[in-house]
Write a protein that binds this ligand. Structure first.
Ligand SMILES: C[S@@+](CC[C@H](N)C(=O)[O-])C[C@H]1O[C@@H](n2cnc3c(N)ncnc32)[C@H](O)[C@@H]1O
Length: 269
């Protein structure tokens, strides 16, 4: 790939996803694009470059190849324990409204389904509690998988046994190697497209909890600050922002207090 071509791809990535793709990752870019080149039966990266810039519909395929979508059920489980043991009992003792969660950067849905199971379990033992989960991502292919909500059976081992028996439906015949969630779990989640780096207006809601884990890490510090400042408009009074264990908030963010690894509370004035 020529230097010029790499720069064109990189500009497209910054303008659309908000993150900087360093030259050191040129081979990664090549590897990701090569599958698409084969699928389109094109002969080279040059041909793909021409195709991409001539066909508007190719842009979303290209961007889908660029994002990193690694996820799992109950990833960074301590956060789920904290939600179950501290956040929900505290919330419910003070408020009887609908508990609203924004799962920002939800990938193929595992985080949102894990949250829904924990919320349902709390609801079962606390009459009057209810919740909604709004789950968003920029990757349209991942959103398709999330909405479909069908996963290989081997991934069910990531889910606590007690939840599996209550909320999972195992496939039969041709689908015997897959599972999905029952309607109790799925009906509480709405999946939609949202670009965090270009957040004009997301919702009229404010959220009691924003989960944005393992997403910020891909953005330069300035864009991270912008994203967090945007979240500020959407976090409810006494609400929380949870980021990944390996992430940290930019230093200029003063209105969120760090409580424990990844967990931040909105400061009240
Ligand atoms: C590594 S996954 C994290 C998934 C999940 N939050 C977790 O911790 O398991 C990062 C997700 O962020 C999404 N993402 C990347 N850039 C984005 C952007 N500008 N707006 C919204 N989502 C974005 C990716 O598509 C990807 O699904």
């Amino acid at each position: 790939m020529s230097v010029e071509s790499f720069k064109r791809f990189r500009t497209l990535i910054i303008n659309n996803l908000g993150f900087y793709f360093p030259e050191s990752k040129k081979n990664l870019l090549l590897a990701r694009l090569s599958k698409r080149i084969t699928k389109l039966e094109l002969g080279s990266i040059c041909e793909y470059e021409e195709y991409l810039f001539k066909n508007d519909t190719e842009l979303s395929h290209f961007l889908n190849l660029i994002t990193t979508n690694k996820t799992s059920f109950y990833r960074e489980r301590e956060h789920f324990n904290w939600i179950k043991e501290h956040l929900l009992p505290t919330y419910f003792s003070q408020s009887k409204g609908i508990f609203k969660i924004w799962c920002a950067g939800c990938s193929s849905g595992q985080e949102a389904y894990s949250l829904s199971m924990e919320m349902l379990n709390f609801k079962k033992n606390n009459k009057g509690f209810d919740f909604r989960i709004y789950a968003t991502d920029i990757n349209t292919e991942m959103l398709g998988k999330a909405r479909e909500g069908v996963y290989p059976i081997k991934l069910s081992s990531e889910i606590p046994l007690i939840r599996r028996s209550e909320y999972l439906l195992k496939g039969t015949l041709k689908k015997k190697d897959y599972f999905k969630f029952n309607e109790k779990v799925t009906s509480k989640i709405k999946f939609s497209y949202c670009n965090l780096a270009d957040l004009q207006k997301y919702s009229n809601n404010t959220f009691d909890l924003i989960m944005c884990r393992n997403v910020l890490i891909y953005f330069p510090r300035a864009i991270q600050s912008e994203i967090i400042n945007n979240f500020n408009k959407y976090i409810a009074f006494n609400g929380y922002l949870v980021i990944g264990h390996s992430e940290s908030l930019p230093k200029d963010i003063m209105y969120l207090e760090s409580l424990k690894s990844g967990v931040h509370k909105m400061l009240s004035y």
